[in-house]
Design a protein around this ligand. Structure first.
Ligand code: NAG
Ligand code: NAG
Ligand code: NAG
Length: 284
């Protein structure tokens, strides 16, 4: 009892002496410049003194630029923040920003200790709701003809378009997601895995009323199989083979999954209870 109390007290002192780690936020497709400041303000209010950086680049049409280009561009902005952060930083990626963030975590030299993926299609995307927002002229059954080509891969969305009925073409043409999953052999496989495993905490937030991420379970690394039934994260081959370290992190108790009902895709970053319950607890 006494020891627990002392321990709690010293932990409290430790936290208040060291302050909080800087938080970096990466936005999604279309995101308007100001839409993430609500979350940033809430973080600063709950944890006074926290440095919060909403990275302000690649908005509007530019958010459709190829993801490897976006990974480099966002990383360039993060590097000076990391260099000053002795205890590392916390990275929050919203929607497509979560897929960009994973690219940074795996492919760049970093000291991100906690990565929070807020409603991001980590296992890919296959749904009309999403296309309608961006390419209303296409439907999910046929858009692979455009996306799975060298020219198509110059659009961010194509980089994580994962059509369960055209997996051969996906692996042949997709220049991003299968690489992050380490499902394709390349020179940096081991680096990707080592970099990912530097994370001390991975937080995956998503829910059944998202309405845009399809299947919504992709926010938890689960995905459609070829019959469009769900393969759970822990049954995915990239998990079973531990190809990029997800299984290792999970086995070490470093993966936290939140399934939150009642939140539409466009309001995750404005929802007070989501920020309070699923994000703030991981920021110290
Ligand atoms: C954090 O990462 C940056 C960029 O790689 C590096 O310059 C810095 O020394 C690192 N700091 C720590 C404490 O690891
Ligand atoms: C897919 O799910 C449907 C309905 O839930 C089920 O009837 C069917 O047997 C499943 N197919 C496979 C191959 O698992
Ligand atoms: C906010 O999130 C809660 C779940 O934490 C949900 O029940 C509620 O409907 C959400 N509110 C909005 C406006 O999305």
């Amino acid at each position: 009892m006494k020891i627990a109390y002392l321990w709690g007290l010293s932990l409290l002192l430790l936290v208040s002496c060291n302050g909080y780690k800087p938080v970096v936020i990466v936005h999604g497709v279309w995101d308007l410049r100001d839409s993430l400041y609500f979350m940033a303000d809430m973080i600063k209010e709950a944890h006074p003194g926290t440095e919060v950086h909403v990275l302000d680049l690649l908005h509007g049409w530019k958010s459709l630029a190829p993801l490897w280009y976006q990974v480099k561009s966002f990383y360039k902005r993060m590097k000076p923040i990391m260099e000053k952060a002795e205890d590392g930083i916390i990275l929050i990626g919203y929607s497509q920003g979560g897929i960009i963030s994973r690219g940074i975590v795996e492919s760049m030299d970093h000291n991100i200790t906690t990565f929070i993926s807020l409603s991001s299609p980590q296992a890919g995307q296959y749904g009309d709701e999403f296309l309608r927002l961006i390419f209303p002229q296409y439907i999910k059954e046929t858009v692979y003809e455009v996306f799975y080509s060298r020219v198509g891969q110059r659009i961010s969305v194509a980089n994580y378009w994962n059509d369960p009925h055209h997996q051969e073409l996906y692996y042949k043409y997709s220049s991003y997601l299968p690489y992050l999953n380490n499902e394709i052999e390349h020179y940096f496989n081991e680096d990707y895995r080592d970099n990912f495993m530097k994370l001390k905490q991975l937080v995956l937030i998503g829910g059944p009323d998202d309405g845009v991420i399809t299947p919504w379970q992709s926010s938890h690394f689960s995905y459609f199989n070829k019959n469009e039934n769900m393969t759970d994260m822990r049954d995915q081959s990239f998990y079973l083979f531990d190809s990029f370290g997800l299984r290792s992190l999970d086995k070490a108790g470093k993966v936290k999954i939140y399934e939150v009902p009642g939140v539409h895709h466009t309001v995750w970053h404005h929802n007070v209870s989501v920020i309070e319950n699923c994000i703030l607890p991981w920021l110290d």
